[in-house]
Design a protein around this ligand. Sequence first.
Ligand SMILES: [Ca+2]
Ligand SMILES: [Ca+2]
Length: 272
Amino acid sequence: MRTSKLGSLLVLAVTTLGACVQHGADGAGVFGGKGAQVNSLDEKPLPAGAGEPNTLGPCAKNGPPSDAQLIDDFEDGNDRIFKGFERDGFWFAASDKTEGSTVTPTAPFAAELLPAAESSKDNRYAAHLTAAGEKNWGVVWGAALNWTRAGIKCPLNVAGFAGVRFRAKGPGKIRLSMAVPEVTPKDGGGTCVDRCYDAHGKVFLLSEAWDSYEMRWEKMQQGGWGTEARFTPERVVNIAVNVDVKSLPIDLWLDDVELIQKTAANAPASHP
Ligand SMILES: [Ca+2]
Ligand SMILES: [Ca+2]
């Protein structure tokens, strides 16, 4: 059975704000606000005390501005974002579990060696994301973004940056999103209780060749079907690549996901 292969735990519950989150019930999560179940491709143990109401306390205040620019270049080949100072997070994937559908990578999330023709001494790995057959809300790959200190995990403060830049190779249509706590359920590190997961983001049409793409904070918007929230770069909980059912099947590569320095914010994007 596909479901047993993929597992059934909520991905966001185990990949985001450790001390701020609680474990969701198996497969009980709803992505896309359409009643779909989320299945987990990655599971990490939560710290002691996670999920208890009083553990939300340490996350009430914004964390200090993070200065780590690189989110991941995948060169370490692991399922974790590039380790910045007091910053951590695990890559995850989830789909609507349509019978017979596929999604890779499966648990644990893993980077893949680039084809020889695209590989260089400093760039050997990227994330190779494929999915087919999902018919409800689609598929999502992403990474939790945590401010970590002394075992506490809270929303990350990326307000010192202007947006997100990434390299990708399609073809395909994706929506890059970054979620604030207000649109994220408690088991994903947020405070949302109704019509959740409508994260701010931007649609990208990926070309067949490697290219660079940018998402500036001011160019992000919600889908409009969920709980309305203001985008606050001072408090984000994850970044994700979303593919809807109309854009499947998809076979894309993702690499060099990084935050954009504010000093470079006025440089023209190669794909505005
Ligand atoms: Ca790489
Ligand atoms: Ca990594």
